[in-house]
Write a protein that binds this ligand. Sequence first.
Ligand code: GCU
Length: 336
Amino acid sequence: MKIKMKRFLIVLCLILTALIVFGLTRTEETVPEYVFSYAENQEADYPTTLAGQYFADLVEQKTNGRIKILIQHSGERGNESQVIQQLKYGGVDFARISISELTNEMKALTVLQLPYLYESSEHMWKILDGEIGDYFLDVVSEYDMVGLSWYDAGARSFYTKDKPIKKLEDISGLKIRVQESNMMASMVEYLGGEPVKEPYSEVYSLLEKSEVDGAENNWPSYETMQHYEVAGYYTLDEHIRIPELQICSKHTWEKLSKEDQQIILACAKESAVYQRELWKEQEMKSQELAVSAGTEVVELSLVEKVKFKTAVEPLYERYCGEYMELIQQIRQIKKD
Ligand code: GCU
């Protein structure tokens, strides 16, 4: 009897200890110290969204659940210019943004998205992963925001509704949707078109209603937003590469300890490596899907490509005149 009682008490103690330990750790894990928002204007399964989720999971894991980041995708927090406004006062804590939308204010960033600046994706990554990329992350910090890491958005090309762009003159007079960026609007003007600044979410309907004749974007955006259904000619002019940025509101950033800031930065960088892998796969997949759905791909001749390049060359001086030395350096790096 005595032995049975002793056993019973031991088992009871073990159960109570397990309940206490489990209870304590559970409370620690399930009640985060911070719950942050993260704005993303792409759909749930787009490479930037998946990498954003990867970032959020890493942060949660590395802080033992103290910091939770909720990904609000598909433009739930508004279009990019609205998100930028909210980032300024901490209405949105984190976001993934195309830098185009930041350049009206952060003029220096325009350098990184000048048309035909990079010779290839590898060239762009050499710049962004190096000192120049870090320099521009610091530029962002001057504007109530903290730049965390660069994401890939490939090369953008023009696509049209009624007739293909086969040569420079074909753009003449065409209404082309552009991002809300002065430089992007000027670019279309220099190429002979008429820019229409509208948010990303509006492009499908603008094309469908023939309020624009065309737009320009990378393969994944063209395909996942179903633009190919309403603009079936995709001209491979690859006129621009626009890096994307993972960004944090300075208001949010300053709430965090130095240690947490370091964790977030490291997780952002890790997610960027993952995003680049996803991007490469998605670029190919989207091109294949669009082509199999009937998109006609137009290759530009070398002569025409030179004409495109020459037409946009004045943008360098007009928007980035004070950075010509840096631009020279960027162009030089590809030759190393
Ligand atoms: C890309 C980019 C978006 C951006 C869009 C645009 O798809 O990833 O962030 O909004 O271009 O053309 O506006």
